[in-house]
Design a protein. Structure first.
Length: 563
């Protein structure tokens, strides 16, 4: 079989299917529907994260079909394949949640494995839940073949008593039930109505945060982050992504041409302006690592000094992503930030145009909307993501401070070795005003897996203690978490970080203004305690969690296993 005349767009697939000696490969592909003509076309892998594990991803098989149609209509040959997903919302608060962050690495590894093995010339990756998105992006960066990321889309809100609901409503209702603010019947109603169908969690939680960041990064088509999961716009987005990859192939535009330092700075800027999830810090550092771009915790501080928080979105605000879609999504916000010199307009994107060119004709938000504040009246004049240092976090920690909680909290430590122990204490009423809940041995190595602490933080909010109690941990937080919280404390307790030697009754100060996390114990006392500290035995000695614990880097470095 002769090589295609268009071999510059088939530099990988030609090695798999061209020539007499590749007849066995072609024979295998005939069985899955290839025609003789298909062997002359660029092959585009469609990485689908479809699964019935979670509503976030239950529709992505259909979206993958639309992406494949876009490829095929543009004279490419689409090949759909799957990777895994897990559900944070379902596993939250259980031992199973330890697999959540691990799944990001598995997803990245699996996409790299399939694309590398099969010789695909380009990739469309479709992600719906929190870890799908950075996992897909890490794989695309490693492979460095023309690629487009598609967001599976946000869920529509549920309703109860004319009040909008989402999954966080249910977590907080559990806290309210434990405090007898609602009864069992009310909790059941909220549970049954909160999730009406397909799509990712509805506020500016981790999924919508990362979708917005990836669009700002330039790796999604304009508006991909702001389309409902079940909508004609999302189907069109998928088809356009399929055809866009063929254009990227023709023009030899790869992720390394798009995912630059300035592009990551744009992503950080949009996360801050939207009041996005703390998980974005972890994921953007990991994505940058895969792209050989140096992004650190201090970049979030540097950029955050000049970028205001403008979006009044859940969890701390009033609105859901579905409502932001109705007024134009994030494109008008990006235009505002670009016009103020807060975005790099010269960054290349998957459209083949620069960010500034993509935004040139974007219309402003409608008059009278109060979802996105003007720059001269922000919700917070600088970033809500505060990178803290101090004797409790010598390598850094991440706080989410919108200003509604206050900027400084000093309280008394109540120490828990696991998330479950802390949750039970909260629900039992053992946590009182002025406490700093300390949850340790939940870091990347100590957990292992760095669980999200949504169950205890939601229980605190449900108890009405959101402004009276703080929580610190070497674990993570859900994008749905709000309140006075600090996570990603590094070094983590398992490797002998100061968090490991905190005792009940110690005084702790969280100062988001000075960017400090302080244990009020003398240096000599800390040194004495560390001398007697012993590292706990590893909780897992075989299997994926054990492998992860042995390979994973510090949370301050993105908790990556590809070091």
């Amino acid at each position: 079989m002769a090589n295609s005349d268009d071999n510059n767009t088939r530099s990988f697939s030609s090695l798999v299917v061209d020539g007499m000696e590749r007849a066995p490969s072609r024979a295998m592909l005939h069985a899955v529907g290839f025609t003789n003509e298909d062997f002359k076309k660029p092959q585009i892998g469609i990485a689908s994260t479809w699964s019935m594990v979670t509503p976030c991803n239950m529709h992505i098989n259909n979206l993958a079909d639309h992406a494949a149609k876009g490829v095929d209509d543009a004279n490419g040959k689409a090949v759909i394949f799957n990777t895994i997903t897990i559900s944070d919302g379902i596993s939250m608060g259980t031992e199973g949640m330890k697999y959540s962050l691990v799944s990001r690495e598995v997803i990245a590894d699996s996409i790299e494995t399939v694309v590398g093995c099969q010789g695909f010339d380009g990739v469309v990756a479709i992600g719906g839940c929190d870890k799908n998105m950075p996992g897909c992006m890490m794989a695309l960066a490693r492979l460095n073949r023309p690629s487009v990321f598609v967001y599976g889309g946000t869920i529509l809100p549920g309703y109860h008593k004319e009040k909008k609901l989402d999954v966080i409503s249910v977590f907080e209702a559990v806290g309210a039930r434990s405090n007898d603010k609602i009864d069992d019947a009310e909790l059941t109603c909220i549970e049954q109505k909160a999730i009406p169908g397909a799509g990712s969690c509805g506020g500016m939680y981790t999924a919508n945060t990362m979708a917005s960041a990836i669009e700002a990064l330039g790796m999604s088509l304009p508006n991909s982050s702001a389309q409902a999961a079940v909508s004609e716009d999302k189907r069109v987005d998928c088809e356009r992504a399929g055809s866009a990859v063929l254009e990227l192939l023709k023009n030899n535009i790869k992720p390394s041409d798009i995912m630059s330092k300035k592009a990551f700075e744009n992503a950080i800027t949009i996360v801050i302006a939207l009041g996005g999830s703390t998980n974005a810090v972890l994921h953007l550092i990991a994505m940058a690592n895969a792209s050989h771009i140096d992004i650190t915790l201090d970049d979030f501080t540097r950029i955050g000094t000049n970028v205001p928080m403008l979006a009044d979105l859940k969890p701390s605000g009033r609105y859901q992503m579905a409502e932001l879609i109705e007024i134009g999504g994030i494109q008008p916000l990006m235009k505002i930030l670009l016009d103020q010199g807060l975005l790099h307009g010269d960054c290349l994107t998957v459209t083949g145009k620069t960010l500034a060119e993509n935004l040139a004709d974007v219309k402003p938000y409608p008059e009278g909307q109060d979802m996105i504040r003007p720059l001269d009246n922000p919700i917070k004049k600088d970033s809500h993501l505060a990178i803290l240092y101090g004797n409790l976090a010598t390598e850094g920690a991440v706080a989410k401070v919108t200003g509604k909680e206050g900027l400084v909290f000093t309280g008394t430590a109540k120490v828990f070795e696991t998330e479950e122990m802390a949750l039970q204490s909260i629900l039992n009423g053992d946590i009182v005003k002025g406490d700093v809940i300390v949850i340790r041995y939940e870091g990347p190595r100590g957990g292992p897996g760095m669980r999200e602490m949504l169950s205890p933080t939601a229980a605190v909010m449900g108890k009405g203690l959101g402004q009276e109690v703080a929580l610190i941990t070497d674990g993570r937080f859900s994008g749905g978490t709000h309140g006075f919280v600090v996570g990603h404390i590094t070094p983590e307790a398992f490797v002998g970080g100061t968090l490991a030697i905190v005792e009940n009754g110690d005084k702790i100060t969280i100062d988001a203004d000075k960017k400090e996390l302080t244990l009020h114990v003398t240096e000599n006392s800390i040194a004495e305690r560390i001398k007697t500290w012993q590292q706990p035995e590893a909780k897992y000695t075989r299997g994926v969690l054990s492998k992860y614990a042995k390979l994973v880097s510090s949370a301050s470095l993105g908790a990556v296993t590809d070091n």
